[in-house]
Design a protein. Structure first.
Length: 108
C-alpha cells in the first residue's frame, strides 16, 4: 500500500519541472542508509568501474593520494580498484576513511 506524500509541483511553461516535498517526508523516503551519488553510479555502470574507483574519481583523488592514506603502494590500490576484487572488511574500512565516505557506500 502506498503512503500519501505531501508535495508541491512547480511548472515551467505548463509542464511539471520539479516536485517539492517537506524535508521530514523526504528523509522518511530515503531513510538513514548512506546514498550513492548519481555520478558514482554512472561510472560503475557506464565505465564498469568498481565503487572504489568510481568514488575516488568522483572525489578527484589520485590513486597515489588514497594509497598513501591507507598505507599501501599505488599498484596495490590499483589491484583493489579492479571490478570483482574481494577485499576484507578492514581494508574497505580504511578505504572509506581515506575517502571520507561510509563503508556501506563502497559495497553493492
Amino acid at each position: 500500500m502506498k503512503t500519501h506524500i505531501k508535495y508541491q509541483v512547480i511548472e515551467k511553461d505548463g509542464t511539471p519541472e520539479y516536485a517539492i516535498v517537506p524535508y521530514g517526508e523526504f528523509m522518511a523516503l530515503i531513510g538513514d542508509e548512506p546514498t550513492i551519488p548519481h555520478d558514482v553510479v554512472g561510472l560503475t555502470v557506464d565505465k564498469d568501474y568498481s565503487l572504489i574507483r568510481a568514488w575516488r574519481e568522483y572525489l578527484n583523488m589520485t590513486q597515489g593520494e588514497v594509497a598513501e592514506k591507507i598505507g599501501v603502494t599505488q599498484p596495490a590500490l590499483a589491484q583493489m580498484e579492479k571490478p570483482g576484487a574481494r577485499l576484507r572488511k578492514a581494508t574497505l574500512t580504511k578505504l572509506a576513511g581515506a575517502m571520507g565516505v561510509d563503508v556501506l557506500q563502497l559495497k553493492l
